[in-house]
Ligand binder design. Sequence first.
Ligand code: AMP
Ligand code: MG
Length: 412
Amino acid sequence: MEENYPMLSVEDALSQFLDYFHALEPERVPVLDGVNRVLAEDIVAAYDIPPHANSAMDGYAVRAEDMAGARDDAPRRLRVAGELAAGYTRDAPLEPETAIRIMTGAPIPPGADAVIPFEETTREGDAILVTRRYPHNANIRAAGEDVRAGETVLAKGTVLRPQEIGMLAAMGQTEVAVIRRPRVAILSTGDEVVDASEPLTAGKIRDANGYSVAAAVVKYGGVPIRLGIARDRVEELTTRIRAGLAQRADLFVTSGGVSVGDFDVVKQVLAAEGEIAFWRVRMKPGKPLAFGTIQGVPLLGLPGNPVSALMSFELFGRPALLKMQGKTRLAKPTIEATLVDEIKHKDNRRHYVRVRLETRGGETFAHLTGDQGSGILLSMVRADGIAIIPEALKRVEAGARVRVMMLDWTEV
Ligand code: AMP
Ligand code: MG
């Protein structure tokens, strides 16, 4: 079997893999459920925002022409003829030589064409004194100054952030069309693996992957369908995978059972029930990574070691989830950092090394988070980035600059 499937570079594997995924269909959801999701329609403003000219300050609405000639030594006196709070309107036109007390956001009364802030006036009985001229439209926010009726405010394909959600609400939208979330079936394998809720008897370990992968699915916008743990038997795994497929998954993820051990049955089932596209990638951790389709559903077979499983999911599962959600920026953000510890590198696989970042004196340093074994989940727990060590390097000196993929940068 080995000979039929060459070991692919990370890039080749990723590009073959991502070709299987496309943006899913849109669905209508309440606007707040649209956050971090991709807009599936153009949003055109039905009316102006703000809908009416309104005051930008707390002050007095006036007729600018009434202040022609106003000076320190020749103030103009305007009688205060009323008051207008935000949320109310006034229909009576402003009479010459009068002012209306007006609050920020209140519609400009007819006839008024400037607002004088309180602090620039002197109150005298039922009047105010004004000592300078104001231009037409001073301190007035025009109708439509934010958004004009008919304007395309949000384009299809936009990722909805809090500001876009606010804009939708400002336009009176209670629902929005976004690409639906991908459904991801998750099955752990291994006779030794038991659930966190089960007793830990001799020879057993608890299922970390079923949870870490489900958590990553949620983090990257998908809906996990947790299928539990399958024993290392071809018949059982086949039955479990068929049952999982009945749950309309867009992606099936298994963990364990993809290396060359006697009980590595995921590959066998994938070959028997569907088609294998590749199963070895030149990377560490995570070399045995199986990929194929069963009944047209892509199946990603992660290795069993908890770090390999999660790292492979970050590298492959994450961009697939983003692509299915209609996102186009699929690469994880990276930064440059100075390596604090030396890294030895024996084979020509790409190494993904767990690091903790520290910024000192304007420079970012990357510290290894300890033992880099693929079963050492704690080194992943302590990491905030993954240093990418190119295949060709045999050794990276302390002090070298390395590229670090950020684990926790906001996902957009
Ligand atoms: P495998 O890929 O099935 O050969 O598993 C490789 C290693 O990962 C073995 O030591 C397994 O016990 C361990 N392992 C497999 N699945 C899990 C899991 N779901 N959670 C934690 N460790 C696992
Ligand atoms: Mg196993």
